[in-house]
Design a protein around this ligand. Structure first.
Ligand code: UDP
Ligand code: UDP
Length: 461
């Protein structure tokens, strides 16, 4: 694609499915706007969840200068995808339609300086950017540690290292096999297929953005950028932590924040397992008992279904009437979308029971809120390891993967009490917050990275 010649920078972003992917994309888009880039958002016509369409429309109203183009996805036979997860099926639908970008992108004006797509789209987007001579970047939506596994995966698979009890990735702290996302070890699962196909093409990219910072993952970042993990990787830009933005706030959520306003400083434990992790009824009830036993005040967000469109039952039915009565005296429980950025930044919140979705971890880091890690699926144990190693939180490893066992209320209560009472975690979380703020301050690593990139894109024009 020929340059604009005028020195202006125009970047297109193509996110994938789920709030865990869309949210960091929109935060990255708003950073690019702040740095005077023109931004085009390529968005699939239909989203999987209500939360995604709601966030997208908030973003577009807050940034009228951002151009949106709808991306029509081709129908495909989901039986051929080796997954039943609605978000993974959407990843696959986008992958299978990505070639359509070849005719969509050249019509944009001014001509594009770069395309930033989701990590799950690498191999399907490369032929497009190569034919258009367009610089191709990805936003990796998990930790740098998870990225080290991603980039090392083809080497590990070919050398049978994945069979060992501990995976040794050069320059990175060893990863016990028990931390590796189980589906990665299932041959032919959609997850393993996409991982394998995409990771072997990383060297063809112009760069990789990761929502992380040195205060959280210095060793891994140095190993990746120092060529230790694999040779020929493009630059890894740590541009985090992404801050929750103004456009994400929802007005009607006053109730949780009002409740927090009446609680003493740092007395409340916030409990949430992200946007797409549903717990079994048994586990939900044990969590309720556990929180009561902890003796702490709590704000608990629960989900009964993976996709919000499927939620049907009332809170009382899910939690149980009896326990609900007791909960109301000690805490607050909701089954709606909450404003997590605001909650983690509230002075009443002292701790976070989190599944360690990467956005949640970086939001906690940004606000200096200590974590009790309870990873359940996918990349979450790898992220939990980062939480522990950075000092931001603790993790009861015996709780296993989601659904493996029902963790008893007694254990949950003890762990919550320990996390809330642990002074050294509190101090360490405050240090992580300081490092996070430094990274995104004026003249910090984030700004330096964007300035450098924008200059490079301008000079290519
Ligand atoms: N989130 C929120 N309110 C909710 C649930 C989730 O604001 O009720 C946000 C959370 O702050 C984070 C994102 O949704 O930005 C979830 O991403 P994460 O990577 O933590 O986990 P995932 O949902 O992908 O498992
Ligand atoms: N899942 C979930 N939350 C997540 C990731 C996955 O509820 O953040 C569900 C998903 O819908 C699927 C199952 O957990 O049905 C397994 O998903 P995953 O890809 O994480 O496989 P795992 O590695 O946990 O076996």
């Amino acid at each position: 694609m020929s340059g604009s010649g005028s020195g202006s920078v125009h970047v297109a972003l193509l996110p994938s499915a789920g709030m865990g992917h869309l949210t960091p994309f929109l935060r990255l888009a708003s950073l690019l706007v702040q740095h005077q880039c023109q931004v085009t958002l390529v968005s699939p016509e239909l989203t999987v969840s209500f939360a995604e369409s709601e966030l997208m429309s908030r973003f577009l109203s807050a940034f009228p200068e951002v151009n949106q183009i709808q991306f029509h996805l081709l129908p495909f036979d989901t039986a051929t995808a080796n997954s039943t997860d609605p978000f993974w099926l959407q990843f696959e639908a986008i992958r299978r339609s990505a070639h359509l970008l070849s005719s969509l992108l050249p019509s944009l004006s001014p001509p594009l300086s770069a395309l930033i797509t989701d990590v799950t789209l690498i191999s399907s987007v490369i032929p497009v950017t190569e034919s258009l001579c367009l610089p191709n970047y990805i936003l990796f939506t998990s930790s740098a540690k998870m990225f080290s596994l991603f980039s090392f995966f083809p080497t590990a698979s070919s050398s049978a290292s994945l069979d060992a009890e501990i995976l040794e990735i050069p320059g990175v702290l060893p990863i016990p096999k028990s931390l590796i996302p189980p589906l990665l070890l299932v041959p032919n699962s959609l997850f393993a297929n996409i991982f394998m196909e995409d990771s072997s093409k990383l060297t063809k990219l112009n760069g990789v953005f990761i929502n992380t910072f040195e205060g959280l993952e210095v060793q891994t970042l140095e190993a990746l950028n120092g060529g230790k993990v694999i040779e020929g990787l493009p630059s890894i830009f740590s541009v985090g932590p992404f801050m929750p933005c103004e456009f994400e706030k929802r007005d009607q959520l006053g109730a949780t924040l009002k409740w927090l306003d009446h609680q003493p400083a740092e007395s409340v434990v916030y409990v949430s397992f992200g946007s797409r992790t549903a717990m079994t009824r048994n586990q939900i009830r044990e969590i309720g008992h556990g929180l009561l036993r902890s003796g702490c005040k709590f704000l608990w967000v629960l989900k009964d279904k993976i996709v919000d469109k499927d939620e049907e039952e009332e809170l009382d039915q899910v939690v149980g009437h009896e326990i609900m009565k007791r909960i109301k005296k000690q805490g607050m429980v909701v089954k709606t979308w909450v404003d997590q950025g605001e909650i983690l930044g509230h002075k009443a919140v002292g701790g976070f029971v989190s599944h360690c979705g990467w956005n949640s971890v970086t939001e906690a880091a940004y606000h200096g809120v200590r974590i009790l890690a309870w990873p359940l699926h996918g990349d979450q144990k790898i992220n939990a390891e980062v939480v522990v190693m950075s000092g931001l939180g603790m993790w009861v490893r015996s709780w296993g993967w989601g659904g493996e066992i029902v963790v008893k209320g007694e254990e949950i209560g003890e762990a919550v009490k320990e996390m809330m009472g642990n002074e050294s975690l509190k101090t360490k979380a405050a240090e992580v917050k300081e490092a996070a703020r430094k990274a995104i301050d004026v003249g910090g690593s984030c700004e330096v990275t964007f300035r450098g990139l924008i200059n490079e894109w301008k000079s290519n024009n």
